[in-house]
Ligand binder design. Structure first.
Ligand code: GLU
Ligand code: MG
Length: 436
């Protein structure tokens, strides 16, 4: 790129719709903008994923600033490179804004540290599909599909690396035109930053090559979904792993057990944050290898929380690698809200010493509702409407996120639903595919 002329620096926020929106300024102003930010409007928070503005308590009033965070800054490549960063939304006085997703995630992570002296180490595992690619038999996990993708997958790995994300693996997934990208874990907020960037970079790199990737939760009501699986473990201030305990039958330390206990107890109440679109609930049905019940699974890919296998053989290696994954999540959500919801629920589990139900290794969809209840399991909400009712009716969620956030988010999602109310399921899938 030529060094002549103006260069712009873009700062983005991952909003309630799970999209990156933002503004740019001349790159030479970077230092000033890290102190003062760039102007932002409160009502922007109610711009739904379809751009219609949901009911807003702010109207045309108020002012905020979007402040770039140096730790997220990198140079986005492509035909026209760009100085890029993620930022926090703050008041003019510099306080975190109650509806800034990144600030909410930070607040939850700080609580975990206060309560348990623990830091989250997480890796978001993403599935996505290429739109307009005809299905081809024999393609699931196939070499041909991988080879087709190599021309964009390798530039994508380069783009991830340039953004400070360490790639772990890449593969052709099961579904038509479906792929999976896994990143190495990162500590604290950086894990959610990486997830937001991975989605942006996938669109940027593949879009630049004329492809149309989508992270929408499901493209076809009759097919498999695109999951987001969040792998998590814990370390203390010195980096010592806190997740594993060799004396527990499933290897869970008390911290891990209680954290998972909290997540599963409140899962139905936070689901509207984790799986926040109407079509998310087409995916969260039995036999799609996603999640349909509030269960803990031991190496079971139909559990909401799954205890993952480790390949290490030595105690130190096992302690370091040991992790669990949340599977009842998708990419219609901001990765910061995913993190905030999980961690607030997990911290509550730690505070109240909640034990999770015993891990399942059976098909829960075969049980009667009574048998399910006797085992301590619940079917997760089966629609966004139901999930929003549990969310907005939850005293605990209100305590974690604040009444203002819960009411605003509910109105946001109601506005999103209204925008597509007249469409059938296939058309709804198409709308979401366009956006995510
Ligand atoms: N596509 C599945 C989902 O919606 C996950 C398949 C897998 O286990 O990787 O979560
Ligand atoms: Mg997968």
């Amino acid at each position: 790129m030529s060094d002549e002329g103006q260069r712009l620096s873009f700062v983005g926020t991952s909003d309630l719709a799970g999209l990156i929106r933002g503004k740019s300024f001349p790159e030479g102003e970077w230092a000033k903008r890290t102190r003062r930010g760039i102007g932002w409007t409160p009502t922007n928070v109610q711009i739904t994923c379809f751009d219609a503005i949901a009911e807003t308590p702010f109207g045309s009033l108020g002012d905020l600033v979007l402040v770039p965070d140096e730790t997220t800054r990198f140079r986005l490549g492509g035909a026209r490179p760009l100085d890029f960063s993620l930022g926090d939304i703050r008041s003019l006085e510099g306080e975190p804004w109650d509806f800034c997703t990144r600030s909410l995630a930070r607040k939850a992570l700080n609580q975990l540290h206060e309560v348990a002296g623990a830091h989250v180490v997480a890796a978001y595992e993403h599935e996505f599909q290429l739109r307009d690619v005809p299905a081809r038999r024999g393609d699931s996990y196939g070499f041909k599909g991988f080879r087709d993708a190599q021309a964009w997958a390798e530039p994508l790995m380069d783009a991830l690396t340039a953004a400070g994300i360490v790639p772990d693996s890449f593969m052709k997934e099961y579904g038509p035109g479906q792929y999976e990208v896994v990143m190495k874990p990162a500590q604290g907020l950086a894990a959610a930053d990486n997830a937001a960037l991975l989605r942006l970079l996938t669109h940027d790199v593949l879009g630049g090559l004329g492809l149309k990737p989508t992270f929408a939760p499901i493209l076809d009501p009759d097919s498999v979904g695109n999951g987001l699986h969040v792998h998590m473990s814990f370390v203390d201030d010195g980096g010592t792993p806190l997740t594993h305990d060799a004396t527990d039958p499933h290897g869970l330390s008390p911290l891990t057990r209680h954290f998972i206990g909290g997540v599963l107890t409140y899962l139905d109440q936070i689901l509207a944050l984790l799986a926040p679109s109407e079509i998310s609930y087409l995916r969260l049905t039995p036999h799609r290898w996603s999640a349909a019940f509030n269960n803990l699974g031991y190496r079971d890919r139909e559990a909401s929380v799954r205890i993952c296998p480790v390949t290490a053989q030595d105690p130190e290696g096992i302690a370091k690698q040991f992790n669990f994954e949340l599977r009842a999540a998708d990419c219609a959500a901001s990765p910061f809200l995913t993190m905030a919801a999980m961690v607030f629920a997990g911290v509550q589990g730690i505070r109240d010493r909640i034990d999770p139900p015993a891990p399942t290794q059976e098909d829960l969809s075969l049980l009667t509702p009574e048998a399910l209840e006797a085992k301590g399991f619940r079917r997760l909400p089966t629609s966004l409407d139901e999930a929003l009712k549990r969310f907005s009716g939850s005293a605990m969620v209100r305590q974690w996120f604040g009444d203002g956030f819960v009411d605003l988010y509910t109105a946001h999602k109601r506005g999103e639903m209204a925008a597509i109310a007249d469409l059938d399921w296939r058309a709804k899938c198409d709308r979401y595919a366009e956006v995510y």
